[in-house]
Design a protein around this ligand. Structure first.
Ligand code: COA
Length: 173
């Protein structure tokens, strides 16, 4: 039997309540960072949404640009009924298309799902992967995801047990 049908599209502003519904179980388990509605509306252009056969959102994921060559995949979450049906794969693929369109060459993620990301070409990283000059600029950000990327002491409780991973997008030219 094949996987049930779904499609992946760019997010609409009206998807925000669905994004909240999709991420809530993972936020409660401290797998994902929670976001206020106002932050989700402000970053809605970053999102792709997977929808099931009846049009209901069943998954979401976002690409947040850090600097001129690097972005983060964040807020990737599925309705539990849809796990392991290829939805995460398609969302990640879509976000990589968005990254290329922005001229981004490297994608970071902070995750417990090491096997899923390894299958998609992400490798575990240790130290900072940006120059000291870019680090000095990024440290000015108030974004929690940037702080996690930089591995700042104040966010260590959020990052416990997570793995820092990076993918260098292959050059298609
Ligand atoms: C991580 C997540 C997005 C994966 O999505 P998914 O739709 O279940 O994964 P897919 O069905 O697209 O799987 C793609 C491939 O990864 C593999 N895979 C997925 N999850 C895996 C896991 N936990 N362990 C091992 N392999 C895994 C699949 O077997 C598949 O491999 P194949 O192509 O060889 O068959 C989903 O499990 C999820 O929402 N998790 C909770 C939230 C989370 O941790 N998000 C990541 C934070 S950045």
């Amino acid at each position: 039997m094949g996987s049930p049908e779904f499609t992946v599209r760019k997010a609409l502003a009206s998807d925000v309540p669905h994004i909240q519904r999709l991420i809530r179980p993972y936020v409660e388990r401290r797998i994902l960072l929670g976001k206020d509605d106002v932050a989700l509306y402000a970053s809605i252009q970053q999102f792709r949404i997977a929808v099931g056969p009846d049009g209901t959102p069943i998954g979401c994921g976002a690409l947040n640009v850090f600097w001129d060559d690097i972005a983060e995949v964040r807020t990737l979450a599925l309705d539990e009924a849809w796990i392991r049906h290829g939805v995460g794969h398609r969302l990640l693929e879509g976000l990589e298309v968005d990254a290329r369109a922005l001229g981004i060459g490297r994608i970071f993620c902070l995750t417990f799902e090491v096997d899923f990301f390894t299958k998609h070409g992400y490798l575990e990283i240790g130290e900072s992967v940006v120059s000291p000059e870019v680090y000095a600029e990024l440290v000015r950000s108030t974004d929690e995801g940037v702080a996690e990327f930089l591995d700042l002491a104040r966010v260590k409780p959020n990052t416990l047990g997570n793995t820092r991973m990076l993918k260098v997008l292959p050059d298609l030219s």
